[in-house]
Design a binder for this molecule. Structure first.
Ligand code: CP
Ligand code: NVA
Length: 311
């Protein structure tokens, strides 16, 4: 039964995740080549309103949710926290209680994960996690769609993650565990996933392997992924040390050559070219990063429909 919040990948069953991915791919195919503002033929969310609250910057999440909701026939409003009373200390709970009376679904991008959980607790309408310090589940739905498009399956694949392990990594550990992929993580001490998520993966049959060396992590990989070394929740003061510690984990042509010949390169973007990835890789023939970015629209349509009980 669909309906409710979308806070973390692990809140869903494999069948629910696969159902959303099928819907994303079906909708993408059904409107191939159409002008972007033309609604999908069924416009299933006509009359529905999505509010998006941003406590951190965004390009892809902001635009893709806006486009997704409009193509589903609904309408959107973007609320930057700095322009709201939220930015002056109004609680997330009161903000939620108010918006609950005014909109049909809320997306929140914020810092502490507990803020997304609190918003969900205080609102009757669905709350979608548009990234917290801890997780980024919407990104993973688009990534999974992109892998299905390029590899035809997720089960049995080897996904290598190299560099810093932050919010996107955590959500990928959840998805790999639930969808049957093996994850090989190459990261130094201090930049690895926390014990809680590794224990969760183990308890749920996940195969998450840790390596000191980036080369070992990408060996036999079907997919090579990385993310910025300085996430939005990291302080500028950490920058120099992070770059020094993570430089051996840069995804460059030599590292890609150690993966399978037909491996694809993925990055949630924004990329810091010359740090976690070189131009030659991100602009090279193995890179699927712009399919990945586009799929934010299609995957989030499925998430919106699921949350509103339409799947
Ligand atoms: N990948 C992603 O979430 O991008 P934005 O920060 O631009 O939304
Ligand atoms: N880990 C990155 C992801 C950006 C989409 C961050 O949190 O800044």
């Amino acid at each position: 039964m669909s309906g409710g919040d979308f806070i973390d990948i692990r809140d869903f069953s494999r069948e629910e995740l696969e159902g959303m991915l099928d819907e994303a791919m079906r909708r993408k195919k059904a409107r191939l080549g159409w002008p972007k503002a033309k609604p999908d033929a069924d416009a299933p969310l006509s009359g529905h309103l999505l509010a998006m609250i941003f406590e951190k910057p965004s390009t892809r999440t902001r635009v893709s949710f806006d486009v997704a909701m409009r193509q589903l026939g609904g309408e959107t409003m973007v609320l930057n926290a700095g322009d709201m009373q939220l930015g002056r200390g109004e609680t997330i709970a009161d903000t939620g209680r108010v918006l609950d009376r005014m909109v049909d679904v809320i997306m929140l991008r914020t810092f502490g994960h507990e803020r997304a959980e609190e918003l969900a607790r205080y609102t009757g309408v669905p709350v979608i996690n548009g990234l917290t310090d801890l997780s980024h589940p919407c990104q993973i739905m688009a990534d999974a769609q992109t892998i299905l498009e390029h590899k035809g399956r997720i089960e049995g694949l080897t996904i290598a993650w190299v560099g810093d392990c932050a919010n996107v990594t955590r959500s990928w550990i959840e998805a790999a565990t639930l969808l049957g992929a093996r994850m090989k993580i190459g990261a130094p001490e201090g930049y690895r996933p926390d014990a809680e998520i590794l224990d969760w993966a183990k308890a749920h049959g996940g195969e998450i392997l840790l390596f000191d060396s980036a080369e070992e992590a990408v060996r036999d990989a079907d997919v090579v992924m990385t993310d910025t070394w300085i996430s939005m929740h990291h302080s500028e003061a950490e920058k120099e040390k992070r770059i020094a510690d993570l430089t051996p984990y840069q995804v460059n042509e030599a590292l890609m050559a150690a993966a399978k010949d037909d491996a694809i390169f993925m990055h949630c973007l924004p990329a810091h070219r010359g740090e976690e990835v070189t131009d030659a890789v991100i602009d090279g023939p193995q890179s699927v990063v712009f399919d990945e970015a586009e799929n934010r629209i299609h995957a989030q349509k499925a998430v919106l429909l699921f949350c509103l009980g339409r799947l």
